[in-house]
Design a protein around this ligand. Structure first.
Ligand code: NCD
Length: 318
């Protein structure tokens, strides 16, 4: 794997290998000494042009636990604020001998563009409203763990996702998480149901191969996972829905809706959560909420991704 730009870059064998290796990486998380020598001598630059808490920190932790040298660059404080172009910034850092960039940018397609410019390998950590492939992988990891705790092993040749219905609910229009999840589940075999008001549906959604509905209550009891997405106020000029209260009544995972979930169904949210808008505190903190499992999975999955990208024979020290 040279770059990870889209969840569609992953075929079933690679996606499964990433998830499986993440399981081994997760064991490191529970050790007192959290260090593997695998990426010693490799240099990873996390360059984030948009705000981030969990994605940036978990990529940094993942790189450090694999013994890579990880450096964080944020747009504020870099020459970008002096008017330098993205291309010049990336070429400058690349010229220093960086092995991989983990990039987040507000423009859809930015990571792919950077991959065309630099010699380093590139991981897309979110490009505008387009994709966020490592988020979809960590979601899949947390879901897979959850399905396993429920018992039933998959049929031979099938994945744990076969026959599972995953509702993705909310601001689909502005979400890169939904796009990457739809693409990854197409590969892994899960069935995605998209739930949103018409104003928050992306154009062309009818070609995504998913059931699309505006009626959350009609699908709630049929899904094995309900993934709530944040209402992305910062990407809205207003007017997408009447009021937050009304949005929450129709599309929020309220305390009342918790009781309507299918028994054993899991609740996911990529974070950051708007408690009381798309998700109630009762749902966020419920026993079947995977929110913190997703965060924990983020480190293990990103370790696995970095290892798959950079842990080549010449680079890896086992
Ligand atoms: C998401 C993102 O940035 O795309 N968050 C994340 O990476 N965990 C979703 C969001 O911002 O709502």
């Amino acid at each position: 794997m040279r770059h990870l730009l889209s969840a569609a870059d992953l075929d079933l064998a690679t996606a499964t290998a990433v998830l499986d290796l993440a399981e081994e990486m997760q064991q490191v998380q529970s050790r007192p000494v959290k260090k593997l020598p695998a990426l010693r001598g490799r240099t990873i630059v996390n360059i984030f042009f948009e705000d981030s808490t969990r994605t940036r920190t978990s990529f940094e932790i993942a790189g450090k636990w694999l013994s890579a040298d990880t450096i964080n660059v944020s747009a504020k404080g870099s020459s970008v604020s002096k008017g330098e172009s993205l291309r010049d910034t990336m070429m400058t850092l690349d010229a220093m001998g960086v092995d991989a960039f983990v990039i987040r940018h507000s423009s859809s397609g930015a990571a792919a563009q950077v991959a065309g410019w630099v010699k380093a390998q590139v991981v897309n950590a979110g490009d505008g409203q387009h994709e966020h492939p490592t988020q979809a992988l960590l979601d899949a990891y947390a879901m897979r763990q959850h399905f396993r705790t429920l018992g039933a092993a998959p049929a031979p040749g099938a994945t744990e996702f076969a026959g599972k219905r995953i509702a993705i609910v909310g601001d689909l229009l502005h979400s890169r998480v939904v796009r990457s999840n739809v693409l990854l589940q197409r590969t892994l075999g899960g069935e995605v149901v998209l739930v949103a008001p018409p104003t928050l549906l992306p154009t062309g959604v009818e070609n995504w191969g998913c059931e699309v509905t505006g009626d959350l209550d009609a699908v709630l009891g049929t899904c094995d996972v309900v993934m709530m997405l944040r209402v992305q106020r910062e990407r809205m000029a207003g007017g997408y829905f009447p009021t937050e209260r009304e949005y929450s009544e129709r599309f929020g995972l309220t305390e009342e809706r918790l009781a309507a979930l299918k028994p054993g169904a899991a609740i996911c949210h990529p974070g950051p959560m708007n408690r009381g808008v798309e998700i109630s505190s009762a749902a966020a903190d419920a026993a079947n909420s995977l929110v913190l499992d997703q965060v924990a999975a983020g480190v293990a999955v990103r370790m696995s991704v970095l290892y798959h990208l950079l842990g080549s024979d010449e680079g890896a020290v086992h």
